[in-house]
Design a protein around this ligand. Structure first.
Ligand SMILES: NC(=O)c1ccc[n+]([C@@H]2O[C@H](COP(=O)([O-])OP(=O)(O)OC[C@H]3O[C@@H](n4cnc5c(N)ncnc54)[C@H](OP(=O)(O)O)[C@@H]3O)[C@@H](O)[C@H]2O)c1
Length: 326
């Protein structure tokens, strides 16, 4: 048995509670990990409210990333030992004392890192890398607008886009978040509560627009995102915090030869997620190890305060990641 955060039903943070539940057993290719830290992701709030069906075969327990130590290994696992400190992306089950992870998705935690530091990385760096580079093909010298620059994904995206030689603009809802995005490498930020981002992007780019938009807002931003894209621009749709249904003029997509690309990481196959992990390991893990990139940690809560942590995220108070220590 183990302690884990469970849900008494669908609803607000008050449905979260600590419970004794059966511990998971590793399959042939999985590691059993004593979880020391996990992190919140926006989708946890949606799952808590009952709005996200758990992919088949995944844990019902919240939590998409873990950092901890290996305590058991499946018979086909190679390259790991009991006691190894590891971190990585999981399909669920992170808000618990124990979780399983396929060994091909587990990464060894460098000596200098804390478990909290490691737990802040997988979901947001994988998401940013896949959507900005693999799918939207941002290149050096291009420009990108990252909406919700202060989100976990935004803070990772700003850093890797800048590191790749792109010019980064952001939107955020407070001056403080914009200042912190600029400190991370953005050229300028737009407070979307005070200004229209189309007008501001046109001003900041001398009317040229941007090559790529990374968007988490969805319906209310779609037409405006297309408006600020250059010819052959790419819109990477990764979240729908403002809604999913709207109407647009498809003429603009054709005239400017735009591409609208959508993706969700969680329901992808194990093979696809192993490839996503690998691309991150090759391109960005060395930069993180060298300290050239940093996960941005806003607050650390103990697992028992998962309710408070969810309320904090729901109030949009975080800049970067919220960690739960186990
Ligand atoms: N597709 C995928 O595979 C994938 C994977 C991971 C995350 N995501 C998505 O990426 C987004 C960010 O996730 P996260 O965990 O990094 O989020 P987060 O840390 O909770 O940050 C979200 C931020 O977005 C802003 N925001 C919220 N509602 C908004 C609205 N209606 N309009 C404009 N801004 C709004 C808030 O900042 P302000 O103060 O600036 O308003 C909030 O702090 C989410 O939509 C999530 O679902 C997608």
């Amino acid at each position: 048995m183990m302690k884990a955060v469970t849900r008494s039903g669908d609803g607000g943070p008050e449905v979260l509670q600590i419970d004794e539940v059966p511990a998971p057993h590793p399959t042939e290719t999985q590691l059993l990990v004593d979880v020391r830290a996990t992190a919140l992701n926006r989708v946890d709030l949606i799952q808590r409210r009952g709005g996200y069906p758990v992919p088949l075969g995944e844990s019902e327990i919240l939590g998409l990333e873990i950092a901890g130590t290996v305590t058991e290994m499946g018979t086909d696992v190679t390259g790991f030992e009991k006691g190894d400190p590891v971190f990585g992306l999981v399909g669920g089950g992170g808000y618990a004392e124990k979780a399983v992870i396929d060994y091909r998705m587990a990464m060894v935690i460098p000596d200098e890192w804390s478990f909290e530091h490691a737990a802040a990385i997988p979901e947001v760096f994988f998401t940013a890398n896949e959507n900005i580079f693999t799918l939207a093909r941002l290149a050096a010298g291009e420009t990108i607008l990252i909406h919700a620059g202060g989100s976990g994904v935004g803070t990772a995206g700003i850093q890797i886009a800048r590191r790749a030689g792109a010019r980064v603009f952001v939107t955020a809802g407070t001056t403080d978040k914009i200042d912190r995005c600029v400190a991370l490498g953005a050229i300028a930020g737009i407070n979307y509560k005070q200004a229209d981002f189309v007008t501001e992007i046109e001003r900041l780019t001398d009317g040229n627009g941007v090559d790529v938009v990374l968007d988490f807002i969805g319906a209310p931003y779609l037409a405006r995102n297309l408006q600020i894209l250059k010819t052959r621009g790419r819109l990477s749709q990764v979240g729908l915090m403002g809604g999913s249904t709207t109407e647009i003029d498809l003429g603009v997509v054709m005239r400017k030869r735009l591409q609208i690309i959508g993706s969700v990481m969680r329901p992808q196959s194990l093979e696809e997620k192993i490839a996503i992990t690998q691309r991150f390991v090759e391109r960005w893990l060395p930069e993180l190890k060298a300290g050239k990139l940093q996960p941005v940690i806003d607050t650390v809560f103990p697992l028992a305060q998962a309710r408070e942590a969810h309320t904090y995220m729901e109030d949009n108070r975080n800049f970067g990641k919220i960690i739960l220590t186990v």
